[in-house]
Write a protein that binds this ligand. Structure first.
Ligand code: GLY
Ligand code: MN
Ligand code: MN
Length: 374
């Protein structure tokens, strides 16, 4: 423990850091001169966990040229000292006071701020209390530090996907006419917990019949019926890493048109995944999926991007869309999730999460994406 004389100013010398977290911190430090700041204040859970190991849901991390300080309130102090053992851990009762203590204790004049996370209120308070200090908004630059996954991260992503798939496989026997979307989602979430998941990656989607035409429907009281498509978009968390997968099932049987639309989405999904490898642009992957759906006459019904990065956050860089500027690199983990949504009728989305390799990709998610009739 490294801090405080009770006046709110940070004083003590830094301690050593573990090699892996140390490398990550060194990478952030090496970016500071380019940002023309003496340090950065981070507020986002994912970045804080990535750099320190602290898994609590609230904290503030200062990364300076030589020192890092993790500020937490009393709820997290024990956890922070255990998990962020390589960090200087400081307890605050008022966050702004704690942060101002670090800034003034280190005599800082130019500090970067993770502006995509801090609220405007908190920013204004900080600005008010740090007269003479330049607070420089930084966001996209910081979000990108996690974009390439190492082998430990890949293992956790693989494990999360495996847990989720086992849970969904065990849920399918319950998906039959009469069960509500809400009950099906509850069973799946329970099974993901039982499989060892830390919680759902996001609000589980079970969308049936006309609800499946809503890309992000909330499971409700609708009872699943014969003839429905049921779209299940689900995931769980392992060691902080998220899985993200979507299966669309048919219940009882399919019409010709349903089977044809499913085949179009599956074709877009397969073609896009086949094209994933290091060096390909994210825009091109999106174009491959989109062109396939356009050519089948359903372009107007594919209303979202083709995918996104996944890791400590369920949505993170890179994005796969027509406006994406990134190129895929080995170690990136992305989703491929084309869909066709016909308002009032039904929809189909098929999503896998894959890890980019030099000459292709590893599909981390485990469920078969062939059309399955329950
Ligand atoms: N479930 C959110 C997504 O697939 O992006
Ligand atoms: Mn999803
Ligand atoms: Mn997704």
């Amino acid at each position: 423990m490294n801090w405080t004389d009770g006046s709110g100013s940070y004083k003590k010398e830094r301690v050593h850091e573990s090699p892996r977290l140390g490398d990550r911190t060194r990478r952030v430090r090496s970016m500071l001169p380019g940002f023309d700041v003496e340090g950065i204040l981070l507020f986002g859970e994912a970045n804080i966990r990535y750099l320190t190991g602290f898994a609590g849901s609230d904290g503030t991390l200062f990364v300076g040229r030589e020192r890092s300080v993790l500020l937490v309130d009393g709820r997290y102090i024990t956890q922070a000292k255990e998990e962020a053992a390589d960090c200087d851990v400081v307890e605050f009762t008022d966050r702004a006071e704690g942060v101002v203590g670090v800034i003034s204790g280190l005599g800082l004049k130019r500090v970067g701020i993770e502006s995509s996370v801090i609220t405007l209120d908190s920013y204004l308070t900080l600005q008010d209390r740090t007269a003479g200090v330049s607070l420089k908004p930084l966001s996209g630059e910081i979000e990108r530090i996690r974009i390439i996954k190492d082998t430990g991260e890949a293992a956790l992503l693989r494990e999360a996907a495996g847990m989720a798939a086992r849970a969904l496989a065990g849920t399918l026997e319950h998906i039959e006419p009469g069960i509500t979307e809400r009950d099906a989602a509850a069973i799946l979430e329970m099974k993901m917990r039982q499989a060892g998941g830390e919680g759902p990656s996001f609000e589980t989607i079970v969308a049936s019949g006309s609800n499946s035409a809503l890309p992000h429907a909330t499971p409700g009281a609708r009872e699943i019926q014969d003839g429905d498509f049921v779209t299940i978009d689900y995931g769980t968390v392992c060691g902080g890493y998220h899985s993200d997968e979507t299966c669309t099932f048919a219940v009882g049987g399919v019409t010709e048109r349903q089977a044809a639309v499913y085949a179009v989405v599956k074709g877009a999904h397969d073609k896009a995944i086949d094209a994933v490898k290091a060096g390909v642009s994210c825009k091109d992957i999106d174009a491959i999926a989109r062109t396939h759906i356009d050519d089948a006459g359903y372009g107007a019904y594919f209303s979202h991007g083709t995918g996104h990065g996944v890791g400590l956050a369920v949505h993170e860089p890179p994005r796969l869309s027509g406006r994406a500027e990134d190129f895929l690199e080995k170690g990136m983990v992305i989703t491929v999730e084309p869909g066709i949504y016909i308002p009032g009728l039904w929809g189909v989305r098929i999503e896998d999460t894959v890890m980019v390799e030099k000459d292709g990709c590893e599909v981390l998610t485990k469920m078969s994406k062939d059309l399955r009739i329950l």
